[in-house]
Design a protein around this ligand. Structure first.
Ligand SMILES: C[S@@+](CC[C@H](N)C(=O)[O-])C[C@H]1O[C@@H](n2cnc3c(N)ncnc32)[C@H](O)[C@@H]1O
Length: 224
């Protein structure tokens, strides 16, 4: 399979504006993606007492589920570039009475505001498909930096699938004309990026979201 990832011309400012705008309707628009995120969370294997990070938490659905998994002895951190997504997620955390276990902040995945080797798990869904190709490795280097040794990285992304009908050529063509139309996301294939960065036990699983959109879950462990 080709590993070609087309460029993502959408600027960070535009991404921020777009997700501020989409935040009230985001859960409805993306309901078909819930299954893939849940599968990703299963692979993350978050245990009681873990310290977990979600990068680009959106409306906070995975933050809540992770906070329930880490229990009262663990902690979940999250970062997102959209102030409106941050507001929405903070409200959700408060509603679930999980504020003591969760710490959310505004920020950019390219420069994480955390010290080295602090997280047992780093999870990110549907964000790397927004990040321009030269920055993908930069972001993954940051993810690796903040992971503890033997910590796990899990990525869920729009992808190309394994079949001829899921090669996403038509999608990529429409995307090249109007990237914002699809929330700025284009298909990516991330397995080789993790392998090049020295992650171990790298695995990939392909799924279909809503039967037509190919998704990949890629995960790997930071070496000891
Ligand atoms: C498609 S949504 C995915 C949200 C959530 N992870 C999910 O799967 O429902 C993309 C999210 O990534 C955030 N985002 C985009 N670029 C980012 C960056 N460079 N750093 C942090 N967050 C970013 C957006 O604000 C938005 O909340």
């Amino acid at each position: 399979m080709t590993n070609v990832v087309v460029s993502a011309p959408i600027t960070t400012k535009k991404v921020q504006r777009l997700y501020n705008f989409l935040s009230p309707i985001y859960d409805y628009l993306t309901r078909n993606e819930n299954f893939s995120k849940k599968k990703g969370l299963e692979v993350a294997d978050i245990k009681s007492g873990f310290v977990a990070l979600e990068v680009a938490f959106g409306t906070g659905q995975i933050i809540i589920e992770s906070a329930l998994k880490v229990g009262k002895d663990g902690k979940v951190y999250g970062i997102d570039i959209s102030p409106k997504m941050l507001d929405r997620s903070r409200k959700k955390v408060k509603k679930h009475a999980l504020t003591t276990r969760v710490d959310l902040q505004l920020g950019d995945a390219r420069k994480l505001p955390y010290t080295d080797e602090v997280f047992d798990v780093v999870f990110s869904s549907y964000m790397l498909d927004l990040i321009d190709t030269p920055d993908i490795s930069k972001v993954l280097v940051e993810f690796k930096r903040v992971l503890k040794r033997k910590g796990r990285l899990v990525l869920v992304s729009l992808s190309k699938g394994e079949s001829w009908y899921s090669n996403m050529k038509v999608y990529e063509w429409i995307y090249s004309k109007s990237p914002s139309l699809f929330g700025g996301c284009r298909p990516v294939l991330l397995r080789s990026f993790l392998e090049e960065l020295g992650f171990q036990n790298v695995k990939r699983k392909f799924l279909m979201a809503g039967r037509i959109i190919p998704v990949e879950i890629v995960w790997g462990d930071k070496p000891k």
